[in-house]
Design a protein around this ligand. Structure first.
Ligand code: ADP
Length: 498
């Protein structure tokens, strides 16, 4: 049997020499030790101090010999020394006493302390030798482990680890809560415990991926709890790799997604409900505008008859005003009807080939004639240009943009219509010097029912004109956009493919 104590059989037979040789060995051990080895007398005065002690505590041997050991004891731990000395005086060793000591720089060094009595030839205790093992690294590793354990412990997700054979090796609190089994009940059992029979093949797939070193992420599936109920979960599984790089198992994180699924279902239901209500509203708008058309047309007819019969100028002025209002009502109703056609996918364009320059000129002439206080000019870079499209719908767009330019003019009566051409597009721009549009609302301007907040200066409207313009331009595979500066004016552009 091997002896626990060192044997000195290779040393010389001369007793004096033997003692010297033994001393040399002990002194070399003390010098090369990684642990601090210190000796002191019973008053606590340091009598030896090895190189490791110099390294750990930052004091040189010469600085500490003759000093009291309290030099390296934090003030709140001084009574530990009284206890240790008490033990030593009674000839009792102190083993692996974990504490902290103070270095020269004031940092605390966690150490494991072993203290033995030093006994003279008469058998009297004359001092103590201590070995201090620096346990900072172990303490750090312990702390790290404790933090990881706390994370696993407090996680809302079930965290489970298992061997490649499927045997469960760890099971956190959330797993206990999610699946109803305590840790003790499942450790050493096979993971199939929580897998519904019809899904057992999933485990084979997951393990096959893990063996290849792959992760399985957000795998949505169902697992079974202790009471037999099913939980929908999202599973992420990663290989566990040991220090040698071998895959030795798998760790899984399972998230209960029951609530997420309920929220998704609820959202889908609400979406359907809103869509149904929206369809109903569009249906109603279509129906109501259709019904309004008939009386408006008949009022329009009667107004024309009255105009023919009216003799005095006053009546003519009133009748003209009434007709203008009827026209406005008529065009609003037409726009509403168009919106309902768009919603039901029934807005169609009837294409012909027409001269865009001519169309722009005609619209300007007609609008100028009816709105004489506005000065509308044309800046055209092109002459005759034939394009294919629905001329009456394009006319509707230009009228709409010009009408807006007048309605939001803010009293500035100059309007410029631009006409330009690139190799594949013709662009029409309607520029006003009116109230402009705030930059943060430019993106929404073409949305259905959108009107700029607080900027309409008593101009009434439904917020559908620009929406219709955009739909019509889109049906022509064109583009529509706006450039605008608040209080300076806006230019609405549309471009059509040539
Ligand atoms: P409506 O004018 O009937 O409200 P539109 O769809 O034509 O509906 O216009 C939407 C909004 O865009 C308007 O309410 C107005 O706030 C803004 N807008 C449209 N054209 C102009 C313009 N030329 N200058 C300033 N603001 C405009």
């Amino acid at each position: 049997m091997e002896s626990k104590h060192p044997t000195y059989s290779h040393l010389s037979g001369d007793p004096v020499k033997l003692a010297e040789e033994k001393l040399a060995i002990v002194s070399s051990i003390i010098t090369t030790s990684d642990d601090a080895i210190i000796s002191k007398n019973l008053e606590g005065i340091i009598t030896s101090w090895n190189p490791a002690a110099e390294k750990i505590f930052g004091y040189l041997e010469d600085d500490v010999i003759g000093q009291h050991i309290s030099l390296i004891i934090p003030p709140d731990r001084i009574e530990e020394e009284t206890f240790i000395i008490g033990q030593i005086k009674n000839g009792i060793r102190v083993r692996h006493f974990e504490t902290v000591r103070l270095s020269r720089t004031g940092t605390l060094v966690p150490v494991s302390l072993s203290v033995s009595p030093v006994i003279n030839t008469e058998g009297k205790v004359i001092g103590a030798s201590k070995i201090l093992h620096d346990i900072s690294d172990r303490k750090k590793a312990d702390e790290k482990r404790a933090i990881l354990a706390a994370i696993v412990d407090t996680s809302d997700d079930a965290i489970i680890s298992k061997k490649l054979t499927g045997i469960i090796t760890s099971w956190n609190k959330a797993a206990e809560k999610m699946f109803g089994y305590s840790e003790a009940e499942v450790i050493g059992k096979h993971i199939s415990l929580i897998i519904p029979t019809e899904r057992l093949n999933e485990e084979q797939y997951i393990i096959a991926e893990v063996i290849k070193g792959n992760k399985v992420d957000h795998f949505q599936t169902i697992r079974q709890t202790k009471d037999g109920s099913l939980v929908p979960i999202s599973l992420s599984v990663s290989p566990i790799i040991d220090a040698n790089g071998n895959i030795i198992g798998a760790s899984k994180i399972a998230r209960d997604i029951s609530e997420q699924l309920i929220t998704q279902q609820e959202k889908a239901r609400l979406y359907e409900e809103v869509k149904k209500l929206n369809d109903k509203k569009d249906e109603f708008i279509g129906f109501a505008s259709h019904e309004l058309k008939t009386p408006i047309t008949s009022i329009h007819g009667y107004l024309q008859m009255l105009t023919r019969l009216a003799k005095d100028e006053q009546s003519h002025i009133f009748l003209k005003k009434a007709s203008q209002q009827v026209k406005r009502a008529n065009s609003l109703i037409s726009e509403l009807l168009d919106v309902s056609k768009i919603e039901s996918g029934k807005l169609q364009i009837h294409t012909t080939t027409f001269d865009i320059q001519q169309l722009v000129e005609d619209v300007i002439e007609m609008i100028s004639y009816n709105n004489q206080k506005f000065k509308i000019s044309l800046k055209s870079e092109i002459s005759e240009l034939l394009i294919t499209g629905d001329s009456s719908r394009i006319e509707q767009v230009i009228i709409n943009l010009l009408t807006n330019a007048m309605r939001y003019s803010g009293g500035n009566e100059e309007i410029i219509v631009h006409l330009s051409q690139t190799h594949d597009e013709v662009a029409v721009g309607v520029q006003d010097c009116g109230i402009g549009i705030p930059a943060d609302q430019l993106n929404d301007i073409f949305l259905k029912y959108f009107r700029v907040d607080n900027q309409n200066h008593n101009v009434s409207g439904l917020g559908i004109g620009l929406f219709l313009c955009q739909e019509i331009i889109n049906l022509h595979q064109g583009r529509i956009w706006v450039e605008s500066e608040l209080s300076k004016g806006s230019t609405f552009w549309f471009a059509l493919p040539i």
